[in-house]
Design a protein around this ligand. Structure first.
Ligand code: SAJ
Length: 447
């Protein structure tokens, strides 16, 4: 009886899965930022040879020296996998052909007109296509609109003549990284995976299962892509809802924080969100607009996303209004007022100030002639897109007393809020960071 010769797909698939399961597959991670570096370290820790690819030579040099630059990565773990030779980094994208698995973790920003900018994905796709060979798994992790994997990446790879699902394997698996979250990490956050073909799904699931406890297989890359943008749209819309409630409660003279604390006691049917000075980070302010953009292609207007964007974008202007009113109570104009901002990071206990609404508040105040300083223990200095360089000032009693108004923009847990209230002339608290402060509350104004 003639033995059935396994089809080429089975050959490539079997060989690659064997390499994955023995952790001998070389893993390339393209984009070693807050998503890519934690993934690279997790794979290296279990023995995979990992190569980080990045256009930023500074990051590549830091990895090469075992120097960590991502707060959610353990310094010693990074150093260990670099020193034992498991993790290296390069700016040489021609080495992509040496990788059996390539994970794409590049940014997906927006243009000034809120249109998706998938140029990073396209450039990496072209580089991979130039090196594509049988036996490779390509996984896109960057958050993007449904259809990107099959409409943008697949054509670039198919143009090589290699057959997806037989010669190489293509999947989408959204990153689910919550910067600063100590409880949910790259390892214990369950992973959604969608393959272009069933064989692609099998191979991609086998890869992620090596370091992530729960891998959820879905029916296609589109489902996986849509899952991610839905998750972030859910957050953006609910944050906008609570921000709109804050705007209304300001009119009603109702303390929104008491309302939220009370509503959060309901044990079912509600999820807590808090108002704030706006929405920052590389995901929530941006990702929903990827979905809105794609929806327009189908004559569909995602009104919740547009409305949520309007409300969240309006919050820094509301904060400026609160400061104006707090100064008015002192008979002081905003012009030439000395304002001290506490926090510029986009959320507490992290050092990331990109897309931070706090930066928008500083600019709005300066546009009205205020003299603005900031203190942020996590952000010693930063340079805005227009080149303006800012430095964190020390938090001293004199600095506090010398300010006409202190505005709390980031509720870092390391700040002594009682000291701030004790020595500030007036405090506008956009995060309810002073909730535990008892003395001197009469000079605190909440969002
Ligand atoms: N924010 C509020 N009120 C809230 C929650 C958040 O104003 O109730 C603000 C934050 O201050 C921040 C922005 O929204 O400026 C985004 O907050 P975030 O907690 O969503 O922070 P990200 O963008 O760093 O992380 C999110 C992940 N966060 C959580 O799930 C808690 C998650 O949505 C994604 O896994 C991740 O982005 C991503 O990479 O997509």
């Amino acid at each position: 009886m003639e033995l059935l010769k396994p089809s080429p797909a089975n050959d490539e698939r079997a060989d690659l899965v064997a390499k994955i399961e023995t952790h001998s597959a070389t893993v390339g991670v393209v984009g070693i930022g807050y998503v890519g570096l934690p993934l690279a370290v997790e794979k290296a820790k279990v023995g995979f040879p990992v190569v980080g690819f990045d256009r930023n030579p500074l990051r590549v040099n830091q990895v090469a020296q075992g120097l960590n630059y991502i707060r959610d990565v353990d310094d010693d773990e990074l150093a260990a996998v670099v020193y034992n030779g498991r993790l290296s980094a390069t700016t040489d994208f021609s080495r992509l052909g040496t990788c059996d698995v390539i994970v794409i973790c590049v940014p997906t920003p927006l243009t000034k007109n809120l249109d998706p900018d998938i140029s990073y994905i396209k450039h990496v796709g072209e580089a991979i296509a130039g090196q594509l060979r049988p036996g490779q798994l390509i996984c896109l992790e960057s958050t993007t609109y449904p259809g990107t994997t099959e409409e943008v990446l697949l054509p670039l790879l198919a143009a090589t003549g290699l057959v997806v699902g037989r010669d190489y394997f293509l999947a989408f698996s959204p990153e689910r990284v919550d910067p600063g979250n100590k409880r949910y990490t790259t390892r214990n956050t369950n992973k959604v995976v969608g393959g272009v073909t069933p064989v692609c799904l099998d191979v991609a699931a086998a890869f992620y299962q090596q370091t992530i406890f729960d891998v959820l297989r879905v029916s296609s890359p589109r489902v996986a892509e849509m899952t991610k943008v839905f998750e972030n749209t859910f957050r953006a819309v609910n944050i906008a809802l609570v921000n709109e409630m804050a705007l209304l409660c300001d009119r009603l003279k109702v303390n929104i924080w008491d309302v939220i604390d009370a509503a959060a006691t309901k044990p079912f049917g509600i999820m807590r969100f808090d108002p704030g000075p706006g929405v920052g980070g590389h995901c929530i302010p941006l990702d929903p607009f990827y979905l809105a953009w794609k929806a327009r292609e189908f004559d569909f207007h995602v009104r919740f996303i547009e409305l949520a964007g309007e409300i969240n974008i309006a919050m820094p202007y509301f904060v400026r209004d609160k400061i104006l009113r707090a100064l008015n109570e002192q008979g002081k104009p905003l012009k030439d007022a000395r304002i001290l901002a506490i926090g510029v990071a986009y959320k507490k206990d992290i050092e990331d100030w990109r897309e931070s609404p706090a930066v928008k508040v500083l600019d709005l105040l300066e546009r009205e002639g205020a003299r603005v300083d900031y203190h942020d223990p996590f952000v010693p200095s930063f340079q805005e897109d227009d080149g303006k360089l800012r430095h964190s000032v020390p938090l001293t009693k004199d600095v506090l007393k010398g300010s006409d108004c202190v505005v709390v923009l980031t509720d870092h847990t390391t700040i002594d809020w009682q000291t701030i209230v004790d020595h500030a002339v007036a405090v506008v608290d956009t995060r309810n960071a002073t909730r535990a402060v008892r003395d001197g509350r009469d000079n605190v104004v909440l969002l």
